[in-house]
Design a protein around this ligand. Structure first.
Ligand code: UDP
Length: 330
């Protein structure tokens, strides 16, 4: 039997990667939605003409979406639509709130009507600027509602509340993934997040912009690992009604990340210290015991390995050879 799978945010970083993986299975009919606010059609150009892929340009926060004929009979929903980079969610705060609250409720309604399973992409930002490190799912977080990150952090948290209520009231098979910093060359060069910024800057031998003194930490998960985690969440019944951290345990100071990327790119870039953005979390590292126990999941790609791949693909995208040499025309 054909499986109908909906991916919201399909032209975004995670959505396009997941779609490419799922269309490989001929039995899957993948329907991708995106409003192209930050997603790019170029991210799905290689699958857009496939027989088992269908793209709809619309906004998940529109109420009519629930009634869309194309979405009826859906079996699985990956609700990944989101403006995940601080640069973008701070530029579009109200859209960010709408997609994660109303958009999430719409997707839960769709799941309810169709008895579909749904994975909601929440975030490590649900922990805000955490007072404990590492963070397990039991930690309630430390989020400022009166600041530039609130539109993202707090609306993602409210999205989780919608999931909870639909799970309790309607027994929806909903699974909440708290996704920690994920990267690959699939991030737009101008995405504004740290790995895309540093790698792009290092390849161009431009200043590497470290915000603050670089002592703040993050834990970086390569996209292959994150997507494998999301697929397992969809598959495993044990994940229903659960919040699960999906992230890598290796924690790095941002300054050390800058030097590592400089080394791996053989770059002559200098480090340039810039002001630390308001409410920038000081630490972030997941406890992933729950993912291990319920999904049998843990990341297998370490940062250096993931960065080598990221650097190589960015070089290709930027018109340079894998080792940095300029490509010659034939
Ligand atoms: N950061 C930085 N330079 C940059 C971009 C980001 O030093 O050019 C820092 C940022 O202040 C934060 C960390 O890198 O401490 C991760 O930022 P990012 O925007 O990638 O994601 P976040 O985890 O903050 O959502």
């Amino acid at each position: 039997m054909q499986k109908k799978i909906l991916i919201t945010g399909v032209a975004g970083f995670l959505g396009s990667y997941l779609a490419r993986k799922l269309v490989k299975e001929e039995n899957n009919l993948v329907i991708g939605i995106d409003n192209l606010c930050t997603g790019l059609l170029s991210n799905i150009k290689d699958i857009v003409n496939k027989n088992n892929f269908c793209f709809i340009q619309t906004d998940v926060s529109e109420k009519e979406i629930i009634k869309s004929k194309q979405l009826q009979g859906v079996h699985e929903i990956y609700h990944l639509a989101s403006l995940a980079s601080p640069k973008f969610y701070q530029a579009y705060p109200l859209r960010t709130i709408a997609v994660t609250t109303t958009g999430t409720q719409n997707m839960l309604e769709l799941a309810k009507i169709n008895n579909a399973k749904i994975v909601y992409s929440s975030t490590s930002e649900a922990y805000g600027d955490p007072e404990i490190n590492p963070q397990s799912e039991k930690y309630w977080g430390n989020v400022n509602t009166w600041g530039p990150r609130a539109c993202y952090d707090e609306s993602k948290r409210l999205g989780e509340v919608f999931c909870y209520e639909y799970y309790q009231r309607y027994k929806i098979q909903v699974k909440v993934a708290r996704i920690f910093n994920t990267y690959s060359a699939g991030l737009r060069n101008d995405d504004g997040r740290v790995i895309s910024n540093f790698v792009t800057q290092a390849i161009k031998n431009e200043n590497i912009t470290v915000y603050g003194d670089g002592s703040q930490t993050r834990s970086f998960c390569y996209v292959d690992d994150t997507i494998r985690g999301l697929l397992l969440m969809m598959e495993k019944d044990q994940a229903s009604g659960e919040i699960i951290n999906i992230g890598n345990r290796q924690e790095y100071k941002i300054i050390d990340l800058a030097y590592l990327i400089k080394k791996l790119t053989f770059s002559s870039s200098q480090i340039s210290f810039q002001p630390l953005p308001e409410d920038d979390p000081k630490v972030r590292r997941p406890v992933i015991d729950k993912a291990k126990e319920l999904l049998g999941w843990e990341p297998i790609i370490n940062l250096e390995e993931g960065l080598r791949e990221t650097i190589s693909v960015y070089r290709e995208k930027m018109g340079l050879g894998k080792n940095g040499e300029l490509k010659m025309e034939n």
